[in-house]
Ligand binder design. Structure first.
Ligand SMILES: [Zn+2]
Length: 116
């Protein structure tokens, strides 16, 4: 369900974007979508849902969704080290402190798209 909602959001963002540029008649070839690991999006599921609904709109009927997962990056408030973590185990990889701030891996957004 989560992924279906995201897929619907992606399509409506594309629609707004095309509308603003007066390009609703164009075909979108590729959509580059970034999602931080903290969002726990399953790329295969998002891809599947996107492919299910993309044909409902003319501008996305042939669009390919390219998903990039952004690792979780944390910054330690004790030693200032910036490290990447795979799992949500929130401690500094350098000194093991738990005084950390998440500085990347939370957001999801469309990075760019190729329009015909
Ligand atoms: Zn540290």
């Amino acid at each position: 369900m989560h992924e279906l909602t995201i897929a619907q959001n992606i399509i409506s963002i594309i629609e707004d974007e095309l509308q603003q540029r007066n390009k609703l008649a164009c075909q979108v070839n590729k959509v580059y979508f970034n999602t931080g690991r903290l969002n726990a999006v399953v790329p295969e599921s998002l891809q599947y849902n996107f492919n299910q609904i993309k044909k409902e709109r003319k501008f996305t009927q042939n669009a390919e969704l390219i998903i990039k997962e952004i690792p979780i990056t944390i910054k330690c408030e004790d030693c200032q080290a910036e490290t990447q973590i795979d799992e949500p185990v929130f401690k500094c990889q350098n000194c093991s402190s738990r005084q950390i701030k998440v500085i990347a891996g939370k957001k999801m957004y469309i990075e760019s798209m190729d329009i015909e």
